[in-house]
Design a protein around this ligand. Structure first.
Ligand code: ZN
Length: 196
């Protein structure tokens, strides 16, 4: 009886361990499939920022890029706490996809690595460039929290801002659903920063 009990406990523990081990990557695989669908890229690099955010990329990002991402999250968490939000404020809550840029300069010629994404709700608006739009960043998943930005080789201050801005949508989704709904769609006006 004691022995059976131990066997059962071991089996449950083993199942739990397996469940844990398989659950997280399976979930991430689904999100990565979605990020690949949005960007047309293949993400093969997986790493973490010094503060623990998960990074999935096409090309291995350098330390400066990872630090810029951490700075953006730090800024996001500070302004979120100021607004008395408490959910989703750990670096490890975030998965950030770094895609290949589909353009490096905007229409005015400024350095602006962006990704081309299907126009969807922006169809016919000034953002619509014929079935797709250029976006600086885009939310990929709310659970787990994930978004995509483009590779940058300079202007890493822009990276920090993009991380904070895409993160705003995720923080609002988890802390203030009404405000999230009112600010999620930029095609009707409104931009970033949302949180002051
Ligand atoms: Zn936005």
């Amino acid at each position: 009886m004691f022995k059976n009990h131990l066997v059962l406990k071991t089996a449950v523990l083993f199942a739990l361990l397996l469940g844990f081990v398989y659950f997280v990557p399976a979930q991430t695989r689904g999100v990565t499939a979605e990020a690949q669908r949005i960007t047309g890229d293949r993400f093969t690099i997986s790493t973490r920022t010094p503060k623990g955010a998960r990074i999935i990329a096409v090309t291995r990002p350098n330390r400066a890029m990872l630090n810029a991402i951490d700075r953006g999250l730090t800024d996001l968490f500070a302004v979120a706490r100021k607004n008395r939000y408490s959910r989703g404020l750990r670096y490890s809550d975030y998965t950030i996809y770094i895609a290949k840029a589909d353009r490096n300069r905007d229409a005015a010629g400024r350095y602006s690595p962006d990704i081309a994404v299907g126009a969807a709700q922006y169809a016919g608006s000034v953002y619509d460039k014929g079935g797709y739009i250029y976006a600086a960043g885009m939310v990929v998943s709310f659970n787990p929290m994930a978004f995509v930005i483009a590779e940058h080789t300079s202007d890493l201050g822009r990276v920090s801002n993009l991380v904070r801005y895409e993160g705003e949508h995720l923080v609002l989704y988890h802390n203030d659903r009404r405000k999230y709904a009112a600010t999620a769609d930029h095609s009707r006006g409104g931009g970033h920063p949302i949180l002051k």
